[in-house]
Write a protein that binds this ligand. Sequence first.
Ligand code: MN
Length: 464
Amino acid sequence: MKKIYFITGSQDLYGDETLKQVAIDSKEVVQFLDEKISTVDIVWQPTVRNSEEAEDCLIKASADKDCIAVITWMHTFSPAKMWIKGLQRLTKPLLHLHTQYNRELPYSSIDMDFMNLNQSAHGDREFGFICTRLGIKRKVVAGYYKNEKVIKRISNFVDVALAMDFSHNLKVATFGFNMRDVAVTDGDRVESEIRYGWNVNYYGIGDLVTLVNKVTDAEVKEKLDEYNAKYQMNTDNLDAVKEQAKYEIALEKFLSEKKIGAFTDTFEDLHGLNQLPGLAVQNLMSKNYGFGPEGDYKTSALMAVLCKMSENREGATAFLEDYTYDLTEGEELELASHMLEVSPVFAKNQPKIEVHPLGIGGKSAPARLVFDGIEGKGIAVSMVDMGTHFRLICADVELVKQPKEMPKLPVARVMWKILPEFSNGAERWIYAGGAHHAVVSTALTKEDIELFAHLTNTELVIID
Ligand code: MN
């Protein structure tokens, strides 16, 4: 399990007795939080008393590959010049927990010893100043550490920190390149690695086709068993389904062997494949592989990162594509279905496997999952390349039930309401340059995206 270093700041001025008590108290705080937050090990560090210890501890945290973040707390006053060199060496996300050991003041017994020992109101402001002066990107959470709200906010920070660690190590495969002439899905792959850690590389579709051709009958049978267990087989064209099974088996082998967590394809480069990967991609998305169609590596990588961020929460997270509207005044809705590639995490009912022709691409009729979408509040997140920097756009959306059946549209049908209302929401999205591809999540909130944008120093436009 990944770790978070919990570092308590103090100084030598108070003497051994006080420092002993600081250590006892901070261990208790750490033990409590570690029990409450199960997604990571929160590891107590010896109290930091001076510049050398601060620097050593923060270098150690930065160099430890299992350490995804640091929590700091100033139990007493800790003169903040002692934190400068350490903070300059810190490369991990920082949560500054502004709390104290005692919940209430012991009004009848409070004396100067108590004041000496419990002065985070004093010490955490000193620490906060130097973080702000140094321009340290961080999260500050203030409140008693046993409050449910405080624990929840720390836990949300942990989710974002886990996602940032994942992002740092994420490899992305693009089968083929960006769809010809499309602007918004393109981007600076070097900057993507510098800023987010995404190692984005091109592979020829032939590399995948070689693996597709090696898939055995036994492997196909096993994959069909998986499909039958999860989905309803609503077609007689089993050959088309087997074809998708082969694609998925080959993709899984390719990606897992190279430790790749996200991928793209493009219907303009499918040489050697008879169908556009549909069912194969849908089933892989439900396993948290990032996906972007038409060579959209940014959406693919962002999806994988946001799936990681939401993996310990209720709700659905995956790529969706803006398609067509119902513009009935005051009740405007959007249908996000795309050709095929909608993740079954958005399914309201058990998805059906069906085989139908595609209108474009000139390939055989692909097997795909057909279903109606879930309902609920969520966010849509888009990443675009402005030339000088990346921009994230995050909008509130509400997934809704389709008002009428769509019997002639055999794809996944996810519908949503643009918030706060159609014109306002859609116009601001368009002004911001938001793409027609987004990662939609009912598990994450805009606070998560705000923190991710802040910690990665990414411009963010919020539409709410
Ligand atoms: Mn598209």
